[in-house]
Design a protein around this ligand. Structure first.
Ligand code: HAM
Length: 413
C-alpha cells in the first residue's frame, strides 16, 4: 500500500511553527480586546451563495478558487475562502442588526484552491476583525491603528509598509469603471487573457494585473483619483491625515484595488519584501454595501484579515513566551514507580509542569531532566519512601533536600 500523503497546499502544524501560530493568535486577540472587539466563530462552510453574492462571481476567490460541493441533501456548500462574508451572514441571520455598532474578531482556517507555494496554501489561517455600523472615517483609522499595534507587537514594525488607496463611493467607482473601459476597449486584444476576461466583468482588477505588458498599457489610463467625488476625496484625505498624526508609515498606491468585490472607499494592504511573491500579510478595507447585498439592512463596515501562515514566517523566535521549566519526577525503583503518578498530581496542583521520567537507568533519566531544563527533580526511591520521605534536587544549585511526603503539598507553591 502506498504511504498516505497530506493534500497539496495543506500543512501539519506542530513544534515551533505551532507555537508561533499560538503566539500570533493571542497577540491579535489581546489587541482586538483592547480596541473593544469581541470574538465570533462562524462555520467553516456556508451555502455557496453567501460567497458568490458577497465576493462577486468574477473575483478569483469565487471563480477559480472555491472548494464547492453538494452535500448529501443536495445543497451547494462552499468551504469559506475568507471570513468577512460569513460574519456578514451571521450578522443578518442571528438578528444582530439591533446591536450596532458591533466589533467582532475571529481566527480560523480558510480554503482557496490556489497554486501552492511558499506563503500560499490551500488551507491557510486568518485572524480577522470587522467593525459593523460606523460610516465615519474614524472607524477606518481605528481599524488601521489596531492592525499597526498588532504588527508592532509581533516585532514587524520595520518589516512591512502600509499601502493604501481609495476606490471612492459607488458613484465614483461606476464613473471610473466607465472611463477605464472606454480607454482599454481599443487595446483589448493586446491585454493578457485574464485581463481580457476582466475587461467587461471586473475592469478595476486589471489595474493590479501582474502582467508587465498590461501594466505598460495602463500607463496612459485615467486614474481612480480623477473620478473621485468631493465627499470621497475628503473621506480619504482625513484618513491620510490621521495616519500621519499617528506615525503609521504608509504609501498611497493608486493601483491597489483588492480582489474582492465588496470594497468601497478605503482599501489597504500591509506588505513586506521579505516573503517573495506573497507580499501581503494583512489586508482589508471598507465594505459599506456588503450587508445589503446579502439581504440585510444597509450597514457600513470596515475591517481586515491577516495571514497567520505568512506572519509566522516573519515572527522572530525570541519573542515567543518561554515555556515554564518543568519539575521532573524520577522513580528510582518499582516502589517509586508505584507512587510517581500520585506525586506528580500533588505538584501539578501547585500549578507546575511535571514530567515523569521512566525510561532508562537513573543516569539516563538525569540526563533527560537536564535536557528538559528541569528546575527540580524529585527522586522517589524505596529507601526514602519507607520513611514517608522523598528527595528534591534543585537543578540550578545542585542542592538536595529530603522532605516528608505530606510537606510536598506546599513545597512548590
Ligand atoms: P484577502 O486579501 O483575500 O482579504 O486575505 C487576507 C490575508 O490572508 C492576505 O493579506 C494574506 O496574508 C492571507 N492569505 C490570503 N490567501 C492566502 C493563501 N492562499 N495562503 C496564505 N495566506 C493567504 C480577505 O480575506 C478579506 N476578508 C479581508 C477583510 C476583512 N476585508 C475586510 N474585512
Amino acid at each position: 500500500m502506498s504511504k498516505l500523503q497530506k493534500v497539496r497546499g495543506t500543512r501539519d502544524l506542530y513544534g515551533l511553527e505551532k507555537q508561533k501560530f499560538r503566539f500570533i493568535e493571542s497577540a491579535a486577540f489581546g489587541q482586538a480586546q483592547r480596541f473593544g472587539y469581541s470574538e465570533i466563530e462562524t462555520p467553516i462552510f456556508e451555502f455557496s451563495e453567501v460567497f458568490h453574492r458577497s465576493l462577486g462571481e468574477t473575483s478569483d476567490a469565487v471563480s477559480k478558487e472555491t472548494y464547492t460541493f453538494s452535500d448529501r441533501g443536495g445543497d451547494s456548500l462552499t468551504l469559506r475562502p475568507e471570513g468577512t462574508a460569513g460574519v456578514a451572514r451571521a450578522f443578518i441571520s442571528e438578528g444582530m442588526t439591533q446591536e450596532l455598532p458591533l466589533k467582532l474578531y475571529y481566527y480560523g482556517p480558510m480554503f482557496r484552491y490556489e497554486r501552492p507555494q511558499k506563503g500560499r496554501y490551500r488551507q491557510f489561517y486568518q485572524i480577522g476583525v470587522e467593525n459593523l455600523g460606523p460610516s465615519t472615517y474614524l472607524a477606518d483609522v481605528e481599524s488601521l491603528q489596531l492592525a499597526w499595534s498588532f504588527l508592532k507587537q509581533l516585532g514587524l514594525k520595520d518589516s512591512c509598509i502600509l499601502e493604501i488607496n481609495t476606490l471612492g463611493d459607488v458613484d465614483s467607482r461606476t464613473k471610473y469603471r466607465e472611463r477605464l473601459v472606454e480607454y482599454l476597449l481599443p487595446l483589448q486584444s493586446q491585454l493578457s487573457l485574464d485581463s481580457q476576461t476582466r475587461l467587461l466583468k471586473n475592469p478595476l482588477r486589471i489595474l493590479d494585473s501582474k502582467d508587465a505588458n498590461d501594466q505598460k498599457l495602463l500607463e496612459g489610463a485615467p486614474t481612480l483619483k480623477e473620478s473621485l467625488s468631493e465627499e470621497s476625496r475628503v473621506f480619504f484625505d482625513s484618513i491620510i491625515k490621521h495616519l500621519t498624526k499617528l506615525n503609521i508609515p504608509f504609501v498611497v498606491n493608486e493601483k491597489l484595488v483588492r480582489g474582492l468585490d465588496y470594497y468601497c472607499h478605503t482599501v489597504f494592504e500591509f506588505t513586506t519584501t521579505l516573503l517573495g511573491a506573497q507580499s501581503a500579510i494583512l489586508s482589508g478595507g471598507r465594505y459599506d454595501g456588503l450587508i445589503e447585498t446579502l439581504g440585510g439592512p444597509k450597514t457600513p463596515g470596515v475591517g481586515w484579515a491577516a495571514g497567520v501562515d505568512r506572519l509566522a514566517d516573519l515572527v522572530n523566535e525570541s519573542l515567543l513566551p518561554h515555556r515554564p521549566a518543568p519539575i521532573c519526577i524520577l522513580p528510582a525503583d518499582e516502589k517509586g514507580e508505584e507512587l510517581c503518578s500520585a506525586v506528580a498530581q500533588v505538584v501539578r496542583e501547585q500549578n507546575h509542569t511535571v514530567e515523569i521520567l521512566t525510561s532508562g537507568n537513573f543516569g539516563k533519566k538525569m540526563k533527560r531532566a537536564d535536557k528538559l531544563h528541569a528546575s527540580h527533580v524529585i527522586i522517589l526511591g524505596e529507601t526514602e519512601l519507607k520513611e514517608n520521605k522523598l528527595v528534591i534536587k534543585d537543578m540550578k544549585t545542585s542542592e538536595q533536600k529530603e522532605i516528608s511526603l505530606p510537606a510536598l503539598k506546599d513545597f512548590f507553591k
